[in-house]
Ligand binder design. Structure first.
Ligand code: ATP
Ligand code: MG
Length: 320
């Protein structure tokens, strides 16, 4: 089957291991097979905070992370929300296709509200899954490599595509999510590893920073290391991180550590992460700001070209 792949990230901070095993690894694999769009979701930064913050710097860092993991701008269109007004215009008809109660039931929106730095919930936070439908459908995306937190959002996109087609005739495909090897990697505090929750191992962290982060992770006082997600979640999470980086089963690593306790577990995890990230970190240093600006200018141009066509099609289908 021929797919169009669409996915993206908010420029809210450095990408981390959760992104890698949730989505980035799939993107790198898929870029050789299908047309792919990668969105820098800059407008979505203000869903859960008052100001965009160091947005230009965060966008540059995000692009460097992409290049570091091996996304190839010759194959992938990398673009920004704010540079493609036609995409954002799709949001208006899409908003008419969902009900307020459907939006308020979304579990990911609830979770993000709980972690938001804002006292009150903005309309943008509430309608963010509809914005995402516009992101995916503007290029008629059919395959969306994402982490597990995005599944409820993708359901909203699917509903919108179906309802649009029912009301106005078939314009949109109904896209599917593609989950990564680890669809919900936990951070060093036991919650979802997130850029904005201070619990992440950034792809771009130094080896010393990585060691310090892992040293601080909570474990337990049991000397025998075992892989038990239910009863020893913190130990299991470190084993999982090491396992993903080494490509070996977590229980096997636990058996190897045996009675070495938390210190040996942390040493093994730190080495696994640093070995795994070394080539990625090296590649990151081979790119610079000017290159990133050019990649975005070209990606924005290509995405806009695509969005104009879809928006026209939507207007015609709706009879405007
Ligand atoms: P923020 O805290 O600012 O929301 P984030 O870490 O949640 O940042 P996003 O930009 O919201 O990152 O998510 C980008 C993509 O990465 C999404 O597809 C999301 O599902 C995936 N992703 C994010 N965190 C994880 C994780 N811990 N495990 C697996 N996938 C993840
Ligand atoms: Mg997020």
């Amino acid at each position: 089957m021929q797919h169009t792949v669409l996915t993206g990230d908010r420029p809210t901070g450095p990408l981390h291991l959760g992104h890698y095993f949730g989505s980035l690894a799939n993107r790198v694999r898929l870029q050789d097979r299908f047309p792919m769009y990668v969105l820098v979701a800059d407008y979505q930064v203000i869903t859960d905070r008052d100001l965009p913050g160091e947005i230009q710097r965060n966008i540059t860092e995000l692009l460097l992370d992409y290049l570091a993991v091996g996304l190839d701008p010759a194959k992938v269109t990398i673009f920004q929300h704010s540079a493609v007004p036609e995409l954002n215009q799709l949001m208006l008809p899409f908003l008419s296709l969902v009900t307020v109660s459907e939006l308020s039931r979304n579990p990911t929106v609830k979770d993000e509200i709980a972690h938001s730095s804002q006292k009150a919930v903005s309309g943008l936070m509430f309608t963010y899954p509809v914005h995402q439908a516009a992101d995916i459908l503007f290029c008629k995306g059919t395959l969306v490599p994402v982490g597990k937190d995005q599944l409820p959002h993708l359901e909203v996109t699917r509903t919108i595509a179906r309802r649009f087609n029912e009301r106005y005739g078939r314009v949109f495909p109904v896209p599917e999510a593609m989950l990564g090897e680890r669809p919900l990697l936990q951070g060093l505090d036991g919650g979802k590893m997130s850029k904005s929750r201070g619990n992440a191992i950034a792809l771009s962290a130094t080896e010393d920073e990585t060691a310090a982060l892992i040293r601080k992770a909570r474990t337990d006082s049991e000397r025998l290391i075992t892989y038990d997600e239910e009863n020893r979640p913190q130990v299991a999470n470190l084993l999982m991180i090491a396992s993903l980086c080494l490509g070996r089963p977590p229980a096997e690593l636990a058996a190897e550590i045996g009675y070495g306790g938390a210190a040996a577990l942390k040493r093994l995890t730190t080495d696994a992460v640093n070995d795994f990230l070394r080539p990625i970190r090296k590649r990151r240093n081979e790119h610079g700001e000017a290159e990133v600006r050019e990649i975005l200018a070209e990606g924005n141009r290509r995405a806009r070209e695509r969005a104009v066509v879809t928006l026209d099609e939507v207007r015609v289908a709706m009879g405007f």
